[in-house]
Design a protein around this ligand. Structure first.
Ligand SMILES: [Zn+2]
Length: 293
């Protein structure tokens, strides 16, 4: 979970320390400490002069522009590739220059970063500025969805993918995995994002068979629809929302879920859980049989 408070300002060193990075340039940061996380800083791109800028929309989502200062932006750029993969949670910060007084107080001209919250990338498209110094360049524009916003809450979502009609877990696993493998296509719609997210969560809850996938305890209670209540944890991202591969989610009892996010041994606990889920997934896929032949 993120230690940052929305609306509060931070020094760049605090961002780098949290994520475990020494990157010199701003833009998109990543590092060893939080491998499921990207820090995206917005601002300082020249704004209107450049013919484009990051933008918060009225529904709380953001357009966040890709990296690449000249010419067309490409997915082969490391930051753009990470953003498009859908595998990371984004911590978004806006940037401002310090006032003269702040420079005097802090002893540095370094920019200040205001935390805007956690997001998932739901998709991206291409944007070509019609004016400014990037006019005519093909820029990548990523859509960021706020995490924890009820509008994107999977508990209330029905999945349009109807994967429950699949005859078994293996078929569901196959269908969900093939959906994710086409993720590099731009323009994924919000409806599709939500639907896939709900489908992946449903899959995890069916795979768990009502038992916590970490400690094996029975779910503490049932939902109104009769399904067992387990919380879906995302193994590789900082946050639990959003669509992904079946192998990246685990259905956990509330205790284990707290443990994997907050406990002193959370990293080790998370690694063991990841191994256990990988084994489960390989059994469902039938790889075990192939290996043993
Ligand atoms: Zn448990």
């Amino acid at each position: 979970m993120s230690p940052f408070v929305i609306g509060q300002e931070y020094e760049r060193s605090r961002l780098l320390e949290f994520i475990g990075s020494r990157q010199a340039q701003s833009g998109v940061l990543w590092g060893r400490e939080e491998p499921g996380c990207l820090i995206c800083t917005s601002g300082g791109r020249g704004g209107k002069k450049a013919g484009y800028s990051d933008e918060r929309l009225s529904d709380g989502t953001w357009w966040y522009f890709g990296q690449g200062r000249t010419g067309d932006q490409s997915l082969s750029n490391a930051a753009n590739s990470k953003l498009s993969s859908g595998k990371f949670s984004v911590l978004l910060f806006t940037t401002r220059e310090p006032t003269a007084r702040e420079v005097a107080d802090r002893g540095t001209y370094g920019k200040l970063f205001t935390y805007c919250g956690q997001f998932n990338v739901s998709g991206f498209d291409q944007f070509v500025p019609s004016n400014g110094n990037r006019q005519g360049d093909k820029l990548l524009r990523f859509r960021l969805l706020p995490i924890g916003d009820e509008r994107y809450n999977y508990y209330s979502e029905q999945s349009d993918l109807d994967i429950e009609s699949s005859s078994d877990l293996r078929e569901m696993q196959y269908r969900l995995t093939s959906l994710v493998s086409s993720k590099s296509e731009p323009r994924m719609s919000l409806t599709e994002y939500r639907s896939r997210s709900a489908a992946v969560h449903l899959y995890a809850s069916l795979r768990s068979n009502g038992q916590c996938e970490a400690c094996g305890s029975l779910a503490p209670f049932s939902r109104p629809d009769g399904r067992s209540f387990l919380e879906v944890h995302h193994l590789t991202r900082l946050a639990d929302d959003g669509p992904d591969l079946p192998s990246n989610v685990a259905a956990l009892c509330p205790n284990c879920h707290r443990r994997v996010h907050y406990s002193v041994d959370r990293k080790e606990f998370g690694r063991k859980l990841q191994d256990a889920i990988a084994l489960k997934e390989s059994i469902i896929a039938g790889w075990e049989k192939l290996i043993n032949k």
